[in-house]
Design a protein around this ligand. Structure first.
Ligand SMILES: *Cc1c(COP(=O)(O)O)cnc(C)c1O
Length: 367
């Protein structure tokens, strides 16, 4: 709730966690008392709960979503000399993780309606060095799963999900985290399921792959002998305290997502015609991590929103293939490039009320 000030915050993390304060204090006291801050019972409990939520067999808690992608690639043996297909329109972490694993990200264009990876563009990018396709479920909507997974099957590639923005989303009835060889989730505080610090998870029904990720993320340690290091691993673990918070928040995820859908429905009803929400694929159940609209008047719209004390953002103003960090990948990807100049993210969060949507739309009506 934004109170009676008229201001609409883009995201109010204090408000989102406010009604859990007492439960969080109880959970943290338990961690303080048993002292197993890393690898405590809270981690295993959350992993079991989240795997079940994703209708998958295994979940491995890790330090963040970027590590989750990198660990999946490494556990699949993907690295130096390999290419991994990623969409140009994503948060830069998807590409960073590919680089961190030693592979080369190959950027492809997106569909003009959903702004998600275009399966035809992905197919055109496959060559003999291609090892995997990372489908990014951006803004809360899952990619075109059947086209991408059948492309991966046909070409012998791993289809990996970047589900960092899609906790609880579905495609054709199947949840994010259940459709790829493995899925990476982020629990960064602002995500639909957010911790109170960094966190992430790898979700997969391939139990051996999960076991390999777990060992890689814990110094390559053998499951039952902490002094035996079987793989050249690293440290990327989920803390007990974060796992405890996530277990408290998971039961609310579906109702939070339903509230996001309702807010988006109201935006669709009330937005002026020059602000067009990004399309929803009829097979997708969107969880609206972000409320992204397209407009030819972004600059004026941003100014009008700021003047009305409404928070806003752009996700993302520079497509990955044009970022200095990925220079050299700068082939033209016209759909992603044009969209980047037009997209605008409006406030959407389970704590907003219907009046907040009215205030945002009223501010845009003058543009
Ligand atoms: C947030 C995000 C990530 C990275 O997650 P972190 O936990 O911040 O490392 C990866 N991909 C996408 C699409 C994201 O939105």
């Amino acid at each position: 709730m934004s109170g009676n000030t008229g201001a609409v915050p883009f995201l109010d993390l204090v408000d989102i966690n406010a009604d859990l304060q007492t439960d969080l204090e109880v959970a943290w006291k338990a961690v303080l008392q048993h002292g197993r801050f890393v690898g405590g019972p809270e981690v295993e409990r959350f992993e079991t709960q989240f795997a079940a939520y994703c209708e998958s067999r295994s979940c491995v808690g890790v330090a963040n979503g970027t590590d989750a992608i990198e660990l999946i690639l490494t556990a699949l043996g993907i690295g130096g000399g390999d290419e991994v297909i990623v969409p140009a329109n994503t948060f830069v972490a998807t590409a960073e993780a590919v680089r961190a694993a030693g592979a080369r990200p190959v950027f492809v264009d997106v569909r003009p309606d959903t702004l998600l990876m275009d399966p035809a563009a992905a197919a055109a990018a496959v060559n003999r060095r291609t090892a995997a396709i990372i489908g990014v479920h951006l803004f809360g909507q899952m990619v075109a799963v059947p086209a991408l997974s059948s492309l991966a099957d046909r070409c012998g590639l791993a289809f990996i999900e970047d589900a960092a923005q899609a906790h609880g989303a579905r495609y054709g009835g199947q949840p994010a985290g259940s459709v790829g060889r493995a899925a990476a989730f982020s629990f960064y505080p602002g995500k639909n399921l957010g911790a109170l610090g960094d966190g992430g998870a790898v979700v997969t029904s391939d139990v051996e792959l999960a076991d390999r990720v777990r060992r890689l993320a814990n110094h390559g340690r053998a499951a039952h002998d902490r002094h035996r290091h079987e793989l050249p691993g690293r440290n990327s673990r989920l803390d007990s305290i974060q796992a405890a918070a996530l277990s408290l928040k998971l039961p609310r995820l579906d109702s939070d997502n339903a509230r996001r859908r309702e807010l988006m429905r109201r935006y669709r009803e009330s937005l002026p015609v020059s602000f067009e929400p990004v399309a929803v694929d009829p097979a997708a159940e969107h969880v609206h991590h972000l409320a992204v609209v397209r407009t030819l008047r972004r600059e004026q719209a941003g100014a009008a929103l700021s003047a009305a004390d409404v928070g806003w953002g752009v996700h993302y103003p520079v497509p990955c293939h044009l970022q200095p960090a990925f220079a050299g990948c700068d082939e033209r990807l016209p759909i992603a490039e044009e969209a980047a100049t037009q997209i605008l993210s409006l406030p959407i969060s389970p704590t907003l009320d219907d009046g907040d949507v009215v205030r945002v739309c009223d501010a845009l009506r003058g543009v």
